[in-house]
Design a protein around this ligand. Sequence first.
Ligand SMILES: [Fe+2]
Length: 291
Amino acid sequence: MKRRDFIKSSALLAISATAGNVAKASSMAQETALTQPEAQSTLIASAPMLQNYAASSIGITFAVSDMANGYVLIGQRPDLSDARKVMCGGFRTTEISDRVIQVRVTGLKPATKYFYKIGADRISYKNGYNMKILGNEEDPTIRHFTTAGPDAHSHFCVINDTHARWESFSRVIEKTIELAPSCVVWNGDASNAEETVEDQTRIFLNPEINRRDYAAYIPYLFCPGNHDSRGMANRHLERVWMFRQPEERASRDWDLGRNFAVRMGKIAMIGLDTAEGTNHLATRRIKPTRN
Ligand SMILES: [Fe+2]
C-alpha cells in the first residue's frame, strides 16, 4: 500500500488479523498502564524504546543526560534471575555517549516473551588513557516484550506522518496502547527537518506526551519517510533510531539498516529503509500449511 494512501485515509490504521484481539489488547493495556508513572532518574533520561522488532533480535534505545556506557539486562523470568547483560555498541568496543545509548540484543527465541531493564555507568572521560566509571544507575522498572515469528500473534498497527505534532501524536499513541498490537510500524515522517541529535531524541525518545514509555513494551519498526532524511542530523538518523546488526541482514543491504522482513504469525511484513526515495510497507497473508 502506498504511503500517500495512508495519509489520505487516516493518521492511524489499526489492522487486526485475528479474532479475539480486543480482550487480549485490553488486558495488555492494563498491564502496561500499571507501570505508570515512570521512575525518574538523573543519568537515564528516557524510557527505553524497542526498535527494529524481529524474531531473534530487538533494539533497545534510551537517552542519557551525561557521558555514559549503557546496557540491558534481559531474561525470560519476570524477576530477571536468569538475565544476561548486553552492552551497547554491538560487537565493537562498547559505546560511550552523552546523548543516546543503543543496545542490540541478538540470539533471542521467536515468539517468546522477554523481561528487561536498562542501566548505565556514568563515565568520566578526559582522553583515551584517562577514563573511569564514576557510578552506576539502573532504572528499577522491569519491562517486557514478545519477539516476532511464525507463532507470534498476528496484530499490528501502522502510524505515519506524525511530524512531531504532539497533540495528535498523543492521541494516536493512546489508541495504539489501548489496542496493544504485537508491534507498530512507524511508516515515515516522524520528523520535519531535524538539524540536531537533541531534536531527534525529543521526537523518538522524549516526545511531549504523557506516555513516555509508549515504545517500551510495544516494539516498533520504522520505514523512514522523505522528511526523516531532511536536516543535517537526519542524514544519520541511526544515532537515535539504530540499525540492525550486519549479521542479521544480507550484506547487499547493510547500508539500509532498518530494512525488515518480519514474520508475525500468518502475516509477513516487508519494510524498506529508503527514506527520501520512497518508503513502503508491504504485507502478505501467509496461507496456512498442513502439517
Ligand atoms: Fe509527511
